[in-house]
Design a protein around this ligand. Structure first.
Ligand code: ADP
Ligand code: MG
Length: 629
């Protein structure tokens, strides 16, 4: 007996709305339908287990099939199926009201581009790509099979069907402007994206498998092959297993499965597994980081019960950890909401701080268990840790125990070790501990030497956000100050009480200062004549710490003081009044000779800093030849 009916339409004609609202996300229909097929399969397995379904289950799977001629796409499951009554209830009423409710919600947030996923639209998302949808289904209970059909208007028909096995087949008559969903490559792409780790095997066509050659085969004989079912998913991905059941190798294999195009091995992984007060599983990987802060394309993927949702985890995972890779799976993350709502959600906040804590604990245990290995990895992980210390106070507290400060000699200090080491030697007359660092061992070579000769420790801090971190450390720690080795001449880097006796009087120093300023006539250099030890260099160019750091901070975003980014580079030209050459310049008997000596000396100082270029360099070479003639 065939019957017709009208779906109860509260929102006037829901189908055009579905098409219109969800335009850009049409592809999710397949995820929805396969999710339903999976639910139906798992439900039947459950009923069989508890003895409510007396059926032979066998190896249940889901099949996806394209019929190019009929222009149909089929999703076939061996799940619990539906009786006629159940179709009425679940498809005409429940599915419809689910879709309706979804659209109501969606309308409010449609302007908010931050929507993630579209779970909840469910079965009716099929009408985003199909003119007509058939359901052919037979319940596992002894009930006749039914055929439901709907052409995208609110009208449907329902009639008996001849189907002898329990389960459901959904047939989509793909509409003219959605023909891409009849392409094998497109469907493969979608199955790989959304269903790669779903819990029921999914078959899509067949593939050719190479078999071992028989014993008596000749060298030139091709290996035999056979056509086998093409199962596109791994129903038991590593993150669904217990950490105790997994070896290091299993984690690495899963990484390759997740990112087939990544050839670099991850540094280490963190297995997430909680069920109270929220449910979350997952595996995060620390990849090798580069200096490059650009967002990478392989990102953390968010799943719900093994169904892929998105790889945009902003708001769920703290920002500094979005540089990691891996999977998190949680049914407790609301999906049909805007990002701003998400960030205020209590459960999501808890998830975010749980992840932060787990990552910090893992790093701490790696540090404790094998410090040498941790030091070896430091260069690759420091950006994440430094970024975390800057952005999350909780993480800062924990990381303070394992964050490392490498020194130019090759040793690594924790903060406490560093302070213990440098405090006795590097505390200035105001009782501030001065931490010296270099950002470039090559370019700042002579300054580093001068400092290490004094017995100072010089750190090598070269990550792009380190200027922000120094700022943070200076404010959260007591009486410390970071100074780059080329920020001043060695006697001034760490000011002690003892003053050098000057060979020039104050008046003489002033005269010399004027002469040099006039001779070089360059506004970006400030000339300072100072009494230093006679074996220190005669002319040194330094770049004051404050200005330079503010500029760096602005260049890497946030922090720093507004306006510094556009300032030209400023330098100090420090002249050692006690050096023989400076004495000679001061006492030179002709103005010409004086000017020549000054120019030559300043150029040498610039040269050692890589600051001598263009015409100035040409003049310097010319002048040098004159001098050695
Ligand atoms: P949801 O999956 O969130 O319940 P859907 O709109 O996707 O919403 O589906 C509505 C209902 O239709 C399901 O709850 C289920 O009862 C029924 N249903 C859909 N697809 C199938 C299927 N393949 N086999 C059995 N029942 C199904
Ligand atoms: Mg569903």
């Amino acid at each position: 007996m065939s019957q017709q009916g009208t779906i109860n339409v509260a929102v006037e004609n829901i189908f055009p709305l579905i098409k219109k609202f969800l335009y850009s996300d049409h592809e999710i229909f397949l995820r929805e339908l396969i999710s339903n097929a999976t639910d139906a399969t798992l439900k039947l397995q459950h009923l069989a287990r508890i003895g409510e379904a007396k059926v032979e289950l066998g190896d249940q799977k889901i099949e996806v099939k394209i019929d190019k001629e009929a222009k149909t796409l089929h999703i076939i499951d061996q799940g619990l199926g539906m009786s006629e009554e159940e179709v009425q209830k679940y498809i005409n009423e429940v599915a419809f009201s689910g879709a309706e409710e979804f659209l109501e919600k969606y309308k409010d947030t449609a302007k908010d581009s931050g929507i993630i996923g579209h779970f909840g639209l469910g079965f009716y998302s099929a009408f985003m790509v199909a003119d007509k949808v058939d359901i052919i289904t037979k319940s596992f209970k002894d009930e006749p099979a039914v055929h439901w059909s709907c052409d995208g208007s609110p009208n449907y028909t329902i009639e008996p069907a001849d189907k002898s096995d329990f389960g459901t087949e959904i047939v989509l008559h793909i509409s003219d402007d959605e023909q891409e969903f009849l392409e094998e490559s497109r469907i493969t792409e979608l199955l790989n994206k959304y269903n790669k780790f779903m819990p029921v095997p999914i078959k899509f066509g067949t593939k050719t498998e190479t078999l071992p050659k028989p014993e008596d085969a000749k060298e030139e004989d091709p290996a035999p092959t056979q056509e086998v079912e093409n199962i596109i998913n791994n129903p038991n991905p590593a993150w669904t297993k217990q950490p105790a059941d997994l070896e290091e190798e299993d984690y690495k294999n899963f990484y390759r499965e997740l990112y087939p195009m990544q050839f670099e091995e991850p540094l280490f992984n963190i297995h997430l597994n909680v069920d109270y007060p929220f449910n979350l599983t997952g595996i995060l990987y620390f990849p090798k980081m580069t200096q490059d802060l650009n967002v990478q394309k392989d990102r953390i993927q968010l799943y719900q019960n093994q169904v892929y949702v998105t790889d945009n985890v902003e708001g769920i995972v703290p920002e500094f950890l979005t540089m990691l890779r891996g999977v998190i799976d949680s049914p407790d993350i609301p999906l049909n909401v805007s990002r701003s709502y998400l960030q205020a959600d209590g459960a999501v906040k808890k998830i975010s701080s749980y992840i932060t804590r787990k990552v910090a604990d893992k790093l701490k245990s790696l540090f404790n268990e094998d410090r040498a290995a941790f030091e070896e990895k430091w260069n690759d992980i420091k950006i994440v840790i430094e970024y975390g210390m800057l952005s999350e106070d909780k993480f800062f507290e924990k990381a303070d125990k394992f964050a490392l400060y490498p020194a130019v000699g090759g040793s690594y200090f924790t903060w406490d070790e560093l302070i213990e080491k440098v405090k006795p030697v590097q505390t200035d007359k105001d009782d501030k501990t001065i931490i010296l660092y270099t950002s470039n061992q090559e370019a700042q070579h002579s300054y580093i030497n001068a400092a290490t000769d004094r017995g100072y420790e010089v750190l090598l801090l070269d990550s792009p956000i380190v200027s922000h971190l120094m700022q943070k450390l200076e404010t959260s720690k007591d009486k410390v100050s970071f100074v780059r080795v080329d920020a001043d001449h060695i006697d001034n880097l760490i000011k002690k009480d003892e003053d050098q006796i000057s060979k020039l009087s104050d008046d003489e120093k002033e005269t010399l200062q004027k002469t040099i300023t006039d001779t070089i006539s360059d506004a970006s250099y400030t000339v300072q004549v100072e009494a230093m030890s006679s074996d220190a260099a005669p002319f040194i160019i330094t770049q004051p710490e404050f200005m330079r750091r503010m500029k760096e901070m602005q260049a890497t975003g946030g922090g720093g003081m507004m306006g510094f980014g556009n300032m030209p580079d400023m330098y100090n030209l420090v002249v050692n009044a006690n050096h023989e050459l400076v004495q000679e310049i001061f006492n030179a008997n002709s103005d010409d000779k004086k000017a020549n000596l000054i120019k030559q000396s300043v150029d040498l100082a610039k040269l050692s800093q890589g600051l001598l270029k263009g015409e100035a360099l040409t003049n310097f070479v010319k002048r040098s030849y004159e001098l050695i003639k």
